[in-house]
Each structure stands twice: as structure tokens, then as C-alpha cells.
Design a protein around this ligand. Structure first.
Ligand code: NDP
Length: 496
């Protein structure tokens, strides 16, 4: 079936036939040991679109055992250049199945089809990038003088666990698993219970690309039933977790008991600083994209606008218009550019923040309410929302709402903007819009963030390291630094 007719059929029926409903363990589909099943909901319709296996500790243990066997056996024998070839092949297969993956992502997550297509393209690019890294993981030599030969080897850490959130299911799985495989590790992936499908599909594609049985396993189910036993398993050497700070703390505690290393990509409340000297059109485009893409459900969303008083009133007027111009609806409709909220629970959480803001008399120039797909009267949606002129200690400024809610802080000058940017417990990303190169550099120097964007929010790619400081996390994904987190250095020194 052509991509076009597939999209047309799924729009009509609301389901995509043939989605996986079992775990992917040891190179094969495997039902849950306990026989349990769960439902996955289409957020754009607020109704179930598929079922999948509800795993437990037994399934998790089987997956870890299979990953350990593969790591000590077949995968160990695969040459680095062959790992490169497999990852490269996987990138090609992702592109071949791109539309099916994108449609699945829309049904599971609620995002728009154009966002999902972008995520799929990014996942393929991620495998291309790490394919290039697998055979270049070089060690170093150490100068001990002529009587010694001393060098280091980057060995794979072993079995790695990957806990994936629901906002970017495929791209987070790809950016987490690809460098682990490039390093020679094996993987057990636990997708979020809301969005299990594309991780399963990716595991199957990796298998088709030539990955030996057991190298990449996916166990679906809840955080309590699968995530918790996975992170506590004594055979896990490294855990990469993306999600909330609260769960990240639990994951780190579980890792500590086994002396496993962690990469934690946690929450954010990232500032987007707009100075009076900036290119206003450029800043408007970027402020809108930074908070309303994926309906604001992005750890690195520009969820705080820090703006100079001189341009505040006019800028907000135009921003309100841009927010009202967004076309909300089911993600499979190609005319839509603003999708759904992932779950009823999450919609209730966002709504509670806005109810509280209203009860305290805060200025909400646009949005502030849960709503429905205007075309069907269904789904979990929240209006693009701006809360203006906030005190720095307001919960709307301090807490990660993780939805389409922009918190505005008005400042008098550059120095106050930097202080405002640094005023939360998070430190993930920070953006600035200015024509003043000196201010841009001073901002990059003085802001506490894992990544700084100047005159383009979300600038960068798989090449640029990504991660947070403070309560936003520890360690870095993306870039070559990600491969290093899946390696242990062994130094070998020989008296000659
Ligand atoms: P969680 O942090 O609880 O979930 C993220 C992942 O962790 C999911 O796969 C989840 O599984 C899993 N998990 C949950 N509990 C455990 C555990 N004890 N051990 C191991 N894994 C576990 O986030 P929520 O989905 O509950 O969202 C809550 C808030 O977190 C959001 O409102 C948002 O603020 C933030 N968040 C941040 C994200 C980011 O990109 N940094 C992404 C998602 C959420 P399961 O879903 O199956 O329970």
C-alpha cells in the first residue's frame, strides 16, 4: 500500500493494523509471562487504538538475561566495522518504513504527522551518525618512557537499560540505543506505557538489519512493573533515563545499589531571552516554536519568555495572535500544526496549573483551558496559553508544566535577564535573541544550562551534546560523548 493510502486508511478507521502486541526479546516476539495486556490510547480521539503486552519482573529478567548472553557471545564477536554496517542498514530501514513509523507515533503520542515525520527522519540520522562512530572508538597511549607501552581500550560497559518517555518515543529510543550499540553494548528498552509501539518496531528493524538475537530487547508495561525491576537488576551496568526529576531520583537510587552508571535527562523550565535589540520576526517565530511544538511537551521547551520591558507589550500582542493562529486537531490531519496532550492524566495536570493561576488573578492574555479537536469534538487538547508578567517565584515560572503554557518574565536590562534565566532549579537549555554579539557571548558564559541557543531555538543536531545541569540531569546524550558513557576505559601497561 502506498504511504498516501495508508495514511488515508488510518484516518478513516482510527487504527493501524499489524502493530506489535508482544515484547521483543532475544530476537523474537514474546508474550508476557503473566499473560497481561494493556491498551494504548490515541490522544487525538481519547480512545484506545491498540493493545500491547503488560510486562513484569519475569519478562524483564528474561530480557536482561538475553542481553547479557548476547553481549558475552555473538555481539562480542562482531567487528566494529560490522557494527557500523548494521547501524547504517538500520538507518536505511527506518527511512524505508518512515511513514508507518510516523503514523504509529501520531496514534500513540498525539503529536502531528509533520512532527512525527521529523522525529523519524531524526532517528534515521541518529543511526547514520553512530554507524560512523562504531569503528572510530579509539583509545589513547600514555607516555611512560621507552621502557613501557601503555595504552587504553574503550570496552563496552555491558548490558544497558533505556527508560523512555512518551513525548518523543522513537527519537529518544534512537538517541539512547544507537550510541550504546555503537560502543558494543547490549540493550533492554522500556518504553513509556502510553507510547510502546515505535520502540518495538525499531527493535524489529534492528534485528532485520542484522543485529544478533538478544542485542536489543524491548519490554513493554508500566514503570512500576517493568522500569523498576529493570533499573534494580544487578546485571545492568548503565541506565539511560529520560523523564521526570522525581522518577530520575528513584532510578539513580536503584543504580547506586548496583554501582551502575546513569545518564539522566530530566525536567526543564528553560528560558528564552528576547532582548530589545533583536530581530523581532525571528524571535516571534522561535518563541512560538519553542513552546508550542509538540504542544509544549518537550523537556527542552522554551517555557519561559524573559523579555525586556521596552518591547514587552507589543511583542506579547503579536505572540497572542500567533498562538491563536495555530491550527489544533488530530495529528493525522495534515492541515493541523498543534497536536494533542498525551493523556487524560497529563491534561488534568496542566489544567490544574491554569485553574490555580486563574484563581490567583494572574494575567492570561490567551488560552488557559482544556479543549477538544474542533473537527470531531474529541480528544485531549489544551489551548496554546500565555501567562504574562509573572513574579520569579510563581509556580508557573518555577514548575515544569510540560504543556503549551508560556510563562512570561519581564526584565529591565540584560543583567536582570541573565538572573531571571538562572532563577529555577532546572538548567537544561537556554535561548537568547539579540543582535549584540557581546551580549550573546556573555549570556552563553553566565547562564547555567547544558546547551545555549543564540538566535535559533533548538539549534543543533545529533552532533551536539545534549543534557542538563542542576535538577535537569546528569551526563550527556548525543554527540560522541554519548558513546563514551557506554564505555569503560581499560588501561594496559607493558614493561618491555
Ligand atoms: P516519568 O518520569 O514517571 O516516566 C518516564 C519513564 O519512566 C516512563 O517510561 C515510565 O514508565 C518510567 N518509570 C516510571 N516509574 C519508574 C520507576 N520507578 N523506575 C523506572 N522507570 C520508571 O514521567 P511521567 O510520564 O509520569 O510524567 C510526569 C512528568 O514528568 C511530566 O509531567 C513532565 O513534567 C515530566 N516528563 C519529562 C520528560 C522529559 O523529556 N524530560 C518526558 C516525560 C515526562 P511508565 O510511563 O510506563 O509508567
Amino acid at each position: 500500500m502506498s504511504d498516501e493510502s495508508l495514511l488515508h486508511q488510518v484516518k478513516r478507521t482510527g487504527v493501524l493494523p499489524g502493530l506489535p502486541d508482544k515484547h521483543f526479546i532475544d530476537g523474537a516476539w514474546r508474550p508476557s509471562a503473566g499473560g497481561g495486556m494493556m491498551e494504548s490510547f490515541d490522544p487525538g480521539r481519547a480512545s484506545p487504538h491498540a493493545t500491547f503486552a503488560a510486562g513484569d519482573a519475569e519478562d524483564t529478567a528474561i530480557a536482561v538475561a538475553s542481553a547479557r548472553r548476547a553481549g558475552e557471545g555473538a555481539w562480542k564477536k562482531v567487528l566494529p566495522r560490522e557494527r557500523s554496517r548494521i547501524l547504517s542498514q538500520a538507518a536505511g530501514l527506518i527511512r524505508e518504513h518512515a511513514e508507518r513509523l510516523a503514523i504509529t507515533e501520531v496514534l500513540d503520542s498525539g503529536k502531528t504527522i509533520s512532527e512525527a515525520r521529523g522525529d523519524v527522519a531524526g532517528a534515521a540520522r541518529c543511526f547514520d551518525y553512530y554507524a560512523g562512530a562504531a569503528d572510530k572508538n579509539e583509545g589513547r597511549s600514555f607516555p611512560l618512557g621507552e621502557d613501557y607501552a601503555s595504552f587504553s581500550i574503550n570496552e563496552p560497559v555491558g548490558v544497558t537499560a533505556h527508560i523512555i518517555p512518551w513525548n518523543y518515543p522513537l527519537s529518544t529510543t534512537a538517541r539512547s540505543v544507537a550510541p550504546a550499540l555503537a560502543a558494543g553494548c547490549t540493550a533492554v528498552v522500556k518504553p513509556a506505557e502510553q507510547t510502546p509501539m515505535t520502540a518495538l518496531m525499531l527493535a524489529e528493524l534492528l534485528h532485520t538489519a542484522g543485529l544478533p538475537n538478544g542485542v536489543c530487547n524491548v519490554v513493554t508495561g508500566t514503570g512500576a512493573a517493568v522500569g523498576s525491576p529493570l533499573t534494580a537488576h544487578p546485571d545492568i551496568s548503565h541506565i539511560t533515563f529520560t523523564g521526570s526529576t522525581a522518577t530520575g531520583i528513584n532510578v539513580m537510587q536503584a543504580a547506586a545499589r548496583n554501582i551502575a552508571s546513569v545518564t539522566l535527562e530530566l525536567g526543564g523550565k528553560s528560558p528564552n531571552v528576547v532582548l530589545a535589540d533583536c530581530d523581532i520576526e525571528l524571535a516571534l517565530d522561535n518563541v512560538v516554536g519553542a513552546i508550542f511544538e509538540n504542544a509544549g511537551q518537550i523537556c527542552s521547551a522554551g517555557s519561559r519568555l524573559v523579555i525586556e520591558r521596552a518591547i514587552h507589550t507589543k511583542f506579547i500582542e503579536r505572540l497572542v495572535q500567533r498562538a491563536r493562529d495555530l491550527r489544533m486537531g488530530h495529528g493525522l490531519s495534515e492541515s493541523v500544526n498543534f497536536g494533542a496532550i498525551n493523556s487524560a492524566e497529563h491534561l488534568a495536570k496542566i489544567s490544574a496549573y491554569l485553574d490555580d493561576a486563574r484563581s490567583r488573578g494572574l494575567a492570561i492574555p490567551t488560552g488557559g483551558n482544556p479543549t477538544l479537536d474542533p473537527a470531531t469534538g474529541k480528544g485531549w487538547f489544551f489551548e496554546p496559553t500565555i501567562v504574562d508578567n509573572l513574579a520569579w517565584d510563581d509556580p508557573v515560572v518555577q514548575e515544569e508544566i510540560f504543556g503549551p503554557v508560556l510563562a512570561v518574565q519581564v526584565v529591565d536590562d540584560f543583567d536582570e535577564a541573565v538572573a531571571a534565566a538562572n532563577c529555577t532549579r532546572y538548567a537544561l537549555v537556554a535561548g537568547i535573541f539579540t543582535r549584540d554579539l557581546s551580549k550573546a557571548h556573555r549570556f552563553a558564559r553566565d547562564v547555567d544550562a547544558g546547551q545555549v541557543y543564540v538566535n535559533e531555538y533548538f539549534a543543533g543536531g545529533i552532533e551536539t551534546p545534549f543534557g542538563g545541569n542542576r535538577k535537569s540531569g546528569i551526563g550527556r546524550e548525543k554527540g560522541l560523548v554519548a558513546v563514551a558513557s557506554y564505555c569503560k576505559t581499560k588501561s594496559v601497561t607493558i614493561r618491555i
